[in-house]
Design a protein around this ligand. Structure first.
Ligand code: C2O
Ligand code: CU
Length: 481
């Protein structure tokens, strides 16, 4: 007997008999590859997001109407909530375009409050950034605004208001924007946007007031009690064993960090905030802070005919947060009975990320600070809330290193408008980002190239309750000196 065969028999002999039986009855190696078959019928029926109708016949222009309005949305069968929505949808209309396309949005505000749209992560001209009284005037109730810009970078982005944002985003104003690179390998699988969030409602299904929980709400960051995947409680996704899907995950929650895992599963992360990263990586568990994005290939590996779940797992994001809630199922994964297919091979090398030239840099330290005085929470950057702060000044052509310091009792996901940055950390696979977690008692260094587009930009913690009580600042990018 050959040595490998003897080894195999030895190995089988040591397994419990059920496993041996399963091994005997399992089909031989799959005949078809992942690229030879389609997703199961109606695979994304319960989760697919509705695109906005394109009003423009030019294939390189996506032109849409977006109206912010209060509307009834059904978050689970029989459960209807009056949410704040774009076009009556939760999440709002899915904008999907190719890299280099022009996006034109005729925006109308039919809400009872002023609002704006911020295109999170998109490198827009300064006057399209949606920051009120800086890049544009607030859009008053009944008012309109025209957004018009080029989508220069492939990646997964999202849009949301930049006024009273803990309430407006928390009540449902968020939606995805995907800029595709037609050159991406087919091996990544079919696209599925998973926009995750949460919502606080009372027993009558009424959204909770913006300031529920008082100072503690500000301090901890308000987390909604109902977990939503694409605006639904526990939707069902159908998969076929071995047939890959490309999940573009966007965390639209105002404060909640999300971590995911699935029994017997590894995810292959291929990108994040601003397109593909340099190399792919295999991860058993994914963690995503508010406003971050994850681009992952999911390879279904469970037995045909089985039903499993994707689980939300608690994340320790500082003082007392890890024990606030037990893990919870958020999506049903039904593996259809069809025979498994052979998964496609995901390349390791994905893209070249050229490091920003740091031979001559301007350095700044930004400490994310929390003050608690007489029951009032005031947050800031270097101890100063945004309404008192002077803008940080940069000049076109400068490269900066910002050291983000967190000695406060909570993690803070730091977001910069207008520019991508590179996190300086040898342990991370290089990628472009616009939002990065700064954990408790740590320092995170980011490199930024102020190469173009002068104007007044912002940076802030994307726990929106933290931003609102002060953890936000302005950045004035001025022409070269
Ligand atoms: Cu998504 Cu200023 O934020
Ligand atoms: Cu924060």
């Amino acid at each position: 007997m050959s040595r490998p065969l003897a080894l195999l028999i030895l190995l089988l002999g040591s397994l419990p008999s059920v496993a041996v039986m399963a091994a005997e009855s399992a089909p031989a190696t799959p005949q078809l590859g992942a690229l030879d078959v389609a997703q199961p019928d109606g695979w994304d029926k319960e989760v697919a997001l509705q695109p906005a109708p394109d009003l423009n016949p030019d294939p390189n222009i996506l032109e849409v109407n977006i109206e912010a309005k209060i509307a009834d949305v059904e978050i689970k069968p029989g459960m209807i909530v009056k949410a704040w929505t774009y076009n009556g949808l939760l999440p709002g209309p899915y904008l999907k375009a190719k890299v280099g396309d022009r996006l034109i949005v005729h925006f109308k505000n039919s809400l009872p409050e002023a609002t704006t749209i911020h295109w999170h992560g998109v490198r827009v001209p300064n006057n399209m950034d949606g920051t009120p009284n800086m890049s544009q005037a607030p859009v008053e109730p009944g008012g309109e605004f025209l957004y018009d810009f080029i989508l220069r970078d492939a990646g997964t982005y999202w849009y949301h208001p930049h006024m009273d944002s803990p309430a407006q985003v928390g009540w449902g104003l968020y939606a995805p924007i995907v800029v595709e690179d037609p050159g991406d390998p087919k091996e990544f699988g079919d696209d599925l946007v998973l926009m995750i969030s949460d919502m606080s409602i009372d027993d009558k299904g009424v959204l909770q007031p913006k300031d529920n929980g008082g100072a503690f709400g500000d301090l901890f960051g308000r987390e909604g009690s109902i977990l939503l995947v694409n605006g639904k409680v526990m939707p069902r996704l159908k998969v076929r064993s071995g047939k890959q899907q490309r999940w573009r995950i966007i965390n639209a929650a105002r404060s909640r960090y999300w971590s995911f895992a699935m029994r017997n599963n590894m995810f292959t992360r291929i990108g994040g905030d601003n397109g593909l990263m340099e190399r792919s990586e295999k991860l058993p568990r994914l963690t995503i802070t508010p406003a971050e994005r994850l681009d992952v290939v999911y390879t279904p590996a469970l037995a045909p005919g089985s039903v499993s779940t994707l689980r939300w797992l608690p994340v320790d994001r500082g003082y007392g947060t890890a024990y606030a809630r037990n893990s919870e199922d958020i999506m049903t994964i039904e593996t259809v009975a069809d025979t498994p297919v052979k998964p496609a091979v995901i390349p390791e090398k994905l893209r070249e990320i050229k490091p920003i030239d740091l031979s001559k840099v301007v350095e700044h330290t930004l400490e994310l600070t929390i003050k608690l005085e007489r029951g009032i929470v005031e947050m800031g950057i270097n101890g100063i809330p945004y309404w008192q702060a002077k803008p940080l000044v940069a000049h076109i052509g400068e490269k900066h290193i910002w050291t983000l310091v967190n000695n406060s009792p909570f993690d803070h996901p730091f977001h910069l408008h207008g520019y991508f940055f590179q996190v300086q950390d040898d342990k991370r696979i290089p990628e472009w980002k616009d939002t990065v977690n700064v954990p408790v008692n740590s320092k995170v260094r980011i490199a930024i190239d102020f190469d173009e587009r002068p104007g007044m930009w912002m940076y802030h913690c994307h726990i929106l309750d933290h931003a609102e009580v002060g953890m936000m600042g302005h950045l004035h990018v001025e022409p070269a000196e």
